[in-house]
Design a binder for this molecule. Structure first.
Ligand code: NAG
Ligand code: NAG
Ligand code: NAG
Ligand code: NAG
Ligand code: NAG
Length: 286
């Protein structure tokens, strides 16, 4: 939790320093909420009823809006947005980078849809809690999410994300809660996330590898397999060829080389020496 403590202390310092500048610097937080309100479809009128910007001028007025948490009640400085289960719709809110001191975003249980911004890291660099679960978000999980190094909770379950999970995501011990169950993700679970239980990955028919029981497709493994066989066969053949040159029986050696290559190509499984290649082929042989 070291990184997190440092972050909080740092944000607190920054946030209290900036109070010297009054509400001028926190105008951006107000703009952040205005942009959010404008982009969100609000069938139940929740934001419509509560998020009124006509009181501007009173420091901290946004802190009384539904779902808005502030660092300090009389300062327009957003700490977190808790907008779960409000029946909201629309795209991922744009302009969140204007809420530059925000550490938590919960929009779970709504009907948000469409892709996440590719540069999500730049919009939410200091976010520690991100709960987008139970919506209709789609597209790939942006690779830049792995640069959100303060994230301790990432809940993306029950959406329609596809593609692979970005490699290196969660390679710090900072990430303690992670869930991508019930999406359309595919490919291997990155090593950096294998510490989470299988339940956090279930409901993605294309995902494979530990901690899931499902092993990755043969096609993927075959490619490594053939490449390794090729290297192995070449090595043995060249060794033999050199030896036969010494024996001055070049014709026989070349014939053997070609025959060996053809046989290895058509019957690669006969040429996979699991014992010798063990460190490289555990997926293939294991
Ligand atoms: C995310 O939100 C869902 C729905 O509100 C909730 O069930 C879940 O516990 C939350 N996840 C975390 C890690 O807080
Ligand atoms: C998802 O949200 C819907 C309504 O928004 C709710 O009925 C359902 O229980 C939620 N599912 C989960 C798994 O949180
Ligand atoms: C969610 O939004 C989609 C369209 O974006 C709509 O078809 C669907 O009915 C909505 N679901 C709910 C539960 O409101
Ligand atoms: C992460 O940040 C580094 C530098 O801070 C940058 O070079 C890299 O492109 C970023 N990665 C992604 C996926 O955004
Ligand atoms: C984690 O991933 C990031 C981004 O790819 C990289 O910069 C960093 O060195 C990795 N850290 C570890 C411990 O692997």
């Amino acid at each position: 939790m070291h990184g997190y403590t440092r972050l909080v202390v740092w944000l607190l310092l920054l946030s209290s320093c900036s109070s010297y500048f009054g509400h001028v610097t926190s105008d951006s937080d107000v703009q952040c909420l205005k942009d959010l309100k404008q982009s969100v479809i609000d069938p139940n009128g929740v934001l419509e009823a509560s998020w009124s910007f006509s009181n501007n001028g009173i420091d901290g007025y946004i802190c009384r809006f539904t779902g808005v948490e502030c660092w300090h009640p009389d300062q327009n400085r957003v700490l977190g947005l808790r907008l779960g289960n409000l029946g909201l719709e629309g795209p991922f809110p744009p302009g969140l980078q204007l809420c530059s001191f925000m550490t938590a975003l919960d929009v779970s249980g709504n009907n948000f849809s469409g892709p996440l911004p590719e540069h999500i890291f730049e919009q939410m660099a200091y976010t520690t809690y991100l709960n987008l679960s139970n919506n209709s978000f789609s597209g790939v999980i942006p690779a830049s999410i792995r640069n959100m190094t303060y994230l301790s909770t990432l809940a993306l379950q029950h959406n329609q994300f596809d593609g692979g999970i970005p490699a290196q995501l969660g390679n710090t011990s900072q990430l303690i809660s992670f869930n991508v169950a019930d999406n359309s993700l595919s490919s291997l679970v990155p090593d950096s996330l294998q510490r989470f239980s299988a339940a956090k990955f279930t409901g993605n028919p294309g995902l494979c590898g530990p901690p899931l029981d499902k092993r990755c497709k043969k096609r993927f493994r075959m490619r490594i397999h053939i490449r390794l066989v090729w290297v192995q066969v070449m090595f043995v053949r060249i060794q033999k060829l050199l030896r036969s040159i010494n024996d001055a029986s070049i014709t026989g050696a070349s014939a053997g080389f070609i025959l060996g290559f053809v046989v290895a190509f058509y019957f690669p499984h006969k040429f996979l020496f699991c014992g010798r290649l063990q460190p490289y082929t555990f997926r293939v042989c294991g």
